[in-house]
Design a protein around this ligand. Structure first.
Ligand SMILES: Nc1ncnc2c1ncn2[C@@H]1O[C@H](COP(=O)(O)OP(=O)(O)OP(=O)(O)O)[C@@H](O)[C@H]1O
Length: 342
């Protein structure tokens, strides 16, 4: 696993979580490995208590290969505890974890996982290039110089490679953390609040990086409080509350069908057919149309508008209508308020 190492790094690691492969997990791994493609993350019934406090009370979910899954929930919901259990940085009281079809503590699985922790610090006397080189060495992967430089460039640190990390701002350290998580060509990347210290441009850069990972079929588990960000990049979302899964599903499952309200003039039969092809079509007045979009492609709306214009339609207004993930999240959490605390 590539993630911060050395003095000052990962201070909350549970020392009791020594590598050891559980025979029950081995058996599950053997069965999953026989399937055409085992999920990137599989966890079942995870539990964790810290003293009297229950942090995680029976969490199960999967992240498929090449899938981007968002882990959401209020402060203290158990997100970081779940992530640390997935990565064997904290030992679960109960439950099982497989990463890439192997038991989570298996070094062969860990070597293919990139991790950006929520809290980290790098050795301040090293340069960014040296930090990256150190983590490449730790991962056992062979990553040529040019690829490492490209990785720093991808997180916007191309011209800071030779600068010492001690002089980096918080956001620059977070960018370096991302480069560390990505440098050893992981098949699964776990990012715990990767944009908390980033400016708007940095956030947009991370969004692009995530989409690029998705295109390369790298699985991503993303813990973020920036719900708009999650909504834009994630295929699926797992919402935790008080240590339990409060809801999980794809964005269309959680948010319902996307609708598009349009105000159009000059709609001929061809344009009418194009509108109907986009989904269920209703005409609400002379110029008002509503399309219940059948697909969930990100370019669905611009493609439709482009076609309509080509067909001679004058497009006066296009208004997407769907409950936002933020509204949905708040709805779920409020409905659970007063529910049982673990
Ligand atoms: N090392 C620890 N020792 C004691 N309690 C802990 C420890 N780590 C987490 N907890 C407790 O477990 C619960 C879940 O914490 P966790 O950090 O997993 O939540 P989170 O969803 O990641 O929160 P946030 O969004 O604030 O980062 C909290 O009540 C927290 O106080």
């Amino acid at each position: 696993m590539t993630g911060p190492a050395g003095p000052g790094a990962a201070p909350e690691v549970d020392a009791a979580a020594a590598p050891a492969v559980d025979p029950a997990e081995e058996e599950i791994a053997r069965r999953l490995a026989a399937r055409p493609e085992s999920p990137a993350v599989w966890c079942a019934d995870l539990h964790k208590r810290y003293g009297k406090r229950t942090a995680v009370a029976g969490v199960s979910f999967t992240v498929g290969r090449g899938e981007v899954v968002g882990l959401l929930g209020p402060n203290g919901a158990g997100k970081t505890s779940v992530i640390k259990m997935l990565l064997s940085l904290v030992r679960p009281d109960a439950g099982e974890v497989l990463l890439l079809g192997r038991p989570a503590r298996d070094p062969a699985a860990r070597a293919r996982v990139g991790y950006l922790p929520e809290l980290f610090r790098y050795q301040p006397w090293l340069t960014a290039a040296e930090v990256l080189a150190l983590h490449v060495r730790l991962s056992g992967a062979s990553v040529p110089d040019g690829e490492r430089r490209a990785c720093l460039a991808a997180v916007g640190l191309a011209d800071r490679a030779r600068d010492r990390v001690g002089g980096f701002s918080k956001g620059m350290q977070q960018r370096l953390g991302l480069a560390v998580a990505l440098v050893a060509r992981p098949e699964l990347v776990v990012l715990d609040e990767p944009t908390s210290a980033l400016d708007p441009v940095g956030r947009a850069d991370v969004r692009d990086l995530l989409l690029e990972l998705k295109a390369r079929r790298v699985a991503v588990l993303l813990n973020s409080h920036l719900i708009g960000e999650v909504e834009r990049v994630c295929d699926r979302v797992v919402i935790l509350d008080r240590g339990r899964v409060a809801a999980a599903g794809s964005l269309s499952e959680l948010l319902g069908q996307r609708e598009l309200r349009l105000r159009l003039t000059g709609v001929g039969p061809a344009a009418q057919a194009r509108l109907a092809a986009a989904g269920g079509l209703t005409r609400d007045g002379d110029e008002s149309y509503t399309v219940a979009l059948a697909g969930d492609r990100p370019d669905e709306v611009p493609a439709l508008v482009e076609d309509l214009v080509r067909l001679g339609v004058r497009v006066h207004a296009v208004e997407p209508a769907r409950i936002s993930l933020e509204e949905r999240l708040l709805g779920i959490l409020r409905a659970r308020d007063g529910g049982p605390r673990p």
